[in-house]
Write a protein that binds this ligand. Structure first.
Ligand SMILES: [Zn+2]
Length: 121
């Protein structure tokens, strides 16, 4: 499968994830010059989304940190939290996965969750 790096427009390499992590978590598409990568659906060559560079990885972590508190606090179930988020971001539930998000989506997650907590009685 030909996967293009979204940052430089060049084809990414299909390599083992031990290239970027201390141990192997399966295969990834990797662009060395951009320090960007994405995992694949297990047992396939299908990428999980677009390649993420350091900035995007940082934002995804931050979005997860804020969002996960919604369901980890037991305020709502995990499923209900994703449903709520999909409504907030006007995305179909099937596409509401932080793993698939870009930087601006992640920023919106942080924003809507922040507002949610602020508006709690
Ligand atoms: Zn690149």
């Amino acid at each position: 499968m030909n996967v293009i790096c979204q940052y430089c427009g060049k084809p990414a390499q299909f390599v083992d994830s031990s290239r970027v992590y201390r141990k192997s978590y399966g295969m990834i598409y990797y662009c060395k010059p951009c320090n960007a990568w994405v995992g694949v659906h297990e047992g396939t060559k299908k990428p999980l989304g677009v390649l993420a560079n350091a900035e995007l990885r940082r934002w995804k972590k931050k979005a997860h940190f804020y969002f996960d508190r919604l369901w980890k606090s037991k305020l709502m179930s995990r499923k209900a939290a994703y449903k709520w988020l999909s409504g907030q971001l006007h995305k179909p539930v099937a596409q509401t996965h932080i793993g698939m998000f870009d930087v601006s989506d992640c920023k919106r997650v942080v924003e809507v969750v922040f507002k949610f907590w602020r508006d709690q009685p």
